[in-house]
Design a protein around this ligand. Structure first.
Ligand code: PGA
Length: 257
C-alpha cells in the first residue's frame, strides 16, 4: 500500500477546508486503486472535516498535539481532544514546529509518549538543514532525532509508526530531494529503528516530504523503500493533489502486477 498525507498547515478556514475535502472525495469516487489518504487540516477545521470524511476512504489527522492529557495548559490541544474530534493520526515534530516554535527533541519525545498512550498514530518528522547536509552530517543528525524522539517509547504489536523524512531545505523550496538520497536515508532510518526494537518492521512506514508535486510524485512512490508522501503546498491545490493520488494509483497498479 502507499500513503499520501496532506498537511494543510495554517491555511484554509472551515468552509474552504470542507470544500477541499469534498473535492478530494469526489476525485476518489469510482477509482479502483487509490492510496490511503490522510488529511491534516487546521485544529479549527477538524470537526467539520471529520463530518465529511466519516465512513469515507479518507482519514483525519492533526498537525500537532500537546504533551499532557488535560489541565491548566492554556492554548494546548491534547490527545484526548484529538480523539474526541475523530482524528486518527497526528504529525509530531514537524520542522516548522521545531524551528519556528522552538520545539526541542525532549518535547518531541514527550509528544511521542503522549500519542503512544492515546489511540492515535504518530507521523514523526525528521530531517536535516542544508548546513548539516553540507557538513556530511545528515545521517548522524537524523539518527539523533530518531533516538531522542523515540526514547522509552514502546509500541504495541499492532501499532503503526510513520516516520517522514523531510529535509528542511526541501520544504516549500521547490527543490525536492533526489530519489537516491531519500532511499538511502530511509534504509538508514529502518536499520536504526530496527536496532531500537520499538515497532514491528512491517508496521514502520516511511514517508518523504519536501516540495512534492504531481510531477515528481511518481518517481518517489515507485520506490519500494518509500511508503508514501507528506505533501504541503500541493495538497492545497485540488488538481495537483489528485495528480499525486493518481500517481500513487498507477504505482499500486504496477506493483500488484
Ligand atoms: P511542502 O511541505 O510540500 O510544501 O514542501 C511539506 C511539509 O512541510 O510537510
Amino acid at each position: 500500500m502507499k500513503y499520501v498525507v496532506g498537511n494543510w498547515k495554517m491555511h484554509l478556514g472551515i468552509r474552504e477546508s470542507v470544500a477541499l475535502v469534498r473535492g478530494v472525495l469526489r476525485g476518489l469516487r469510482g477509482k479502483e486503486r487509490t492510496p490511503e489518504v490522510i488529511l491534516c487540516p487546521s485544529f479549527t477545521a477538524l470537526s467539520e472535516v471529520h463530518k465529511v470524511v466519516a465512513r469515507s476512504r479518507v482519514a483525519l489527522g492533526a498537525q500537532n498535539v500537546g504533551t499532557e492529557r488535560s489541565g491548566a495548559f492554556t492554548g494546548e490541544v491534547s490527545t484526548l481532544m484529538l480523539e474526541d474530534v475523530g482524528a486518527q493520526y497526528v504529525i509530531v515534530g514537524h520542522s516548522e514546529r521545531r524551528n519556528v516554535f522552538g520545539e526541542t527533541d525532549e518535547m518531541v519525545n514527550q509528544k511521542m509518549h503522549a500519542v503512544n498512550e492515546a489511540k492515535l498514530t504518530p507521523i514523526l518528522c525528521v530531517g536535516e538543514s542544508m548546513d548539516v547536509r553540507d557538513a556530511g552530517e545528515a545521517y548522524a543528525h537524523v539518527r539523533d532525532q530518531l533516538s531522542s524522539a523515540l526514547e522509552g517509547v514502546r509500541l504495541k504489536r499492532s501499532d503503526t509508526l510513520f516516520v517522514a523524512y523531510e529535509p528542511i531545505w526541501a520544504i516549500g523550496s521547490g527543490k525536492p530531494a533526489a530519489v537516491g538520497d531519500i532511499v538511502e536515508m530511509h534504509q538508514m532510518i529502518r536499520e536504526h529503528i530496527a536496532k531500537m526494537d520499538i515497532v514491528e518492521q512491517d508496521k514502520l512506514l516511511l514517508l518523504y516530504g519536501g516540495s512534492v508535486t504531481d510531477e515528481n510524485a511518481y518517481q518517489y512512490l515507485r520506490e519500494r523503500e518509500i511508503d508514501g508522501l507528506l505533501v504541503g503546498g500541493a495538497s492545497l491545490k485540488l488538481q495537483q493533489f489528485h495528480g499525486i493520488l493518481d500517481a500513487a494509483g498507477e504505482v499500486i497498479h504496477a506493483q500488484q502486477g
